[in-house]
Design a protein around this ligand. Structure first.
Ligand code: CO
Length: 460
């Protein structure tokens, strides 16, 4: 699977050969984001998350698929590609600088937004965990510009997983501001206007890659992978290496009211770690939060490029349901299935923040830890039943669910996944029937697409 961690320098525009039959209703574009350049001159980035951002666009219509890919033109890329120099700090790689300068090294100016995209309303942008928006043209993928937010909700860290509030349609996210008392500043955004909803203080803030939303609540799940913000000043290490695994702290569930930002419940359970929430919803007197849960944060270390390329053991996440009592804050945990699952997606528009049944993700065939993620998984969260798609030597990425226009059932639609064929050194765009989880079609890409993170589909 090393081709998935190899730089792709080629930018192409191509009509893809399609095998099988695409549903006639499938019309729109899938834009995916992920790292595609892992070295600069003779220096290599250290971690999968450090690679320079590339966008990939698959346009569907009339049974055909058009493809193009393009690097995000950022200050970081220009330095890496044009000057052979790593000038900005990334997740786990620092530039060579004085300790004082390192404090600011992972600032918004790097703008290597390689994690996710936000589409639509003329605000197409690439997202990362520093609070900056990198706008791009949805047709050409050309970078339009960097727009740091210019209001008072300032901070150093955010998530690349904003949510749409199910009832209001507001965009919800948080910005973490480091300080003697750090603050998770949860905000909601309508148009370009952001409003602070709540500020949750923390002495030792945790690394939170995403959060949960329901119709009435926002839930911050604070895993005990925490940082003393002073260490950014004192220790001179890359961003993530300042974080420490402190299981004795347990995992904290902070349930916030979307109405007035008040803390409705604040509970703890045994230590765990996660990047991704599957979904969450309100029930009588409690909140249900489904998470792709690891026993600890060792997965962060396992994704250093030398380890993952060398076939080191990969920690696995399992879909786990946490219920938080709104009175008393008691938290209970229950594994939903014994099938590993990461990069989870749902029928978002219809079921985000609401009761649901179907989740899609990537997994590991036979829960084996010696290979990379090599299968797609569909999970029925009610019954715990799983269905998988697996072909030897193939490595699928995040499955994006697209609902059929006249969908009657939750899983009436397709799942789109970029799959690497390791032996052929090429990727394809795989289209599965989401109901049966069987192949409808695949479109061949003329090169191997490095393993990416997230993408979004827009019907346009
Ligand atoms: Co993510």
């Amino acid at each position: 699977m090393r081709a998935g961690f190899t730089s792709l320098d080629r930018e192409v525009v191509a009509e893809l050969a399609v095998r099988g039959e695409l549903p006639p209703w499938l019309s729109g574009t899938l834009v995916r984001n992920g790292p595609a350049k892992f070295e600069s001159g003779d220096r290599s980035f250290r971690h999968w998350f450090d690679g320079q951002a590339m966008l990939h666009r698959f346009a569907f219509g009339g049974g055909r698929v058009a493809y193009r890919n393009r690097f995000l033109e950022t200050p970081s890329l220009r330095s890496v590609r044009d000057r052979g120099r790593i000038a900005f700090g990334e997740f786990a790689t620092d530039p060579c600088r004085s300790i004082f300068a390192r404090l600011f090294a992972r600032s918004a100016t790097s703008a290597n937004a390689n994690v996710n995209v936000l589409l639509g309303d003329d605000r197409d942008q690439a997202l990362t965990e520093t609070p900056i928006a990198v706008r791009f043209d949805p047709d050409t993928l050309a970078t339009v510009g960097l727009t740091p937010s210019d209001d008072t909700i300032a901070g150093q860290v955010t998530t690349a997983h904003p949510h749409v509030a199910p009832r209001t349609g507001d965009l919800v996210n948080y910005v973490l501001k480091f300080g003697r008392r750090s603050l998770y500043q949860v905000y909601r955004q309508r148009g370009d206007t952001r409003e602070l909803l709540a500020a949750v203080p923390a002495d030792r803030p945790g690394y939170l890659h995403s959060f949960a939303i329901t119709e009435r609540h926002v839930v911050l799940v604070v895993f005990p992978f925490v940082v003393n913000p002073m260490s950014f000043l004192l220790r001179g290490k890359p961003f993530i290496e300042n974080y420490r695994w402190r299981p004795e702290l347990g995992t904290r569930f902070v349930v916030l009211s979307q109405e007035d930002g008040s803390v409705v419940a604040d509970g703890r359970t045994a230590a765990c770690f996660a990047f991704h929430h599957v979904n969450a919803y309100d029930e009588d007197g409690r909140v249900v939060v489904d998470i792709c849960s690891y026993p600890d944060a060792s997965v962060v270390d396992a994704l250093y490029l030398d380890r993952v390329r060398g076939g080191a053991e990969l920690p696995l996440a399992f879909p786990t349901r946490y219920t938080v009592d709104l009175v008393g804050g008691a938290v209970r945990a229950r594994r939903l299935a014994d099938e590993a699952m990461e990069l989870p997606r749902i029928s978002y528009r219809a079921h985000n923040g609401r009761e649901y049944r179907c989740a899609y993700g990537v997994g590991a065939h036979g829960n084996a830890r010696h290979d990379f993620l090599n299968q797609l998984v569909k999970l029925d969260v009610r019954s715990g039943r799983t269905t998988t798609w697996h072909e030897p030597g193939r490595y699928p990425g995040e499955p994006v669910f697209v609902a059929a226009p006249d969908a009657r059932a939750e899983d009436d639609g397709v799942v789109l996944s970029v799959v690497l064929d390791a032996a052929a050194g090429r990727s394809c765009l795989l289209v599965l029937d989401a109901t049966t989880f069987t192949e409808l079609a695949r479109a061949e890409v003329p090169h191997a697409i490095p393993f990416g993170f997230h993408g979004q589909f827009a019907a346009r």
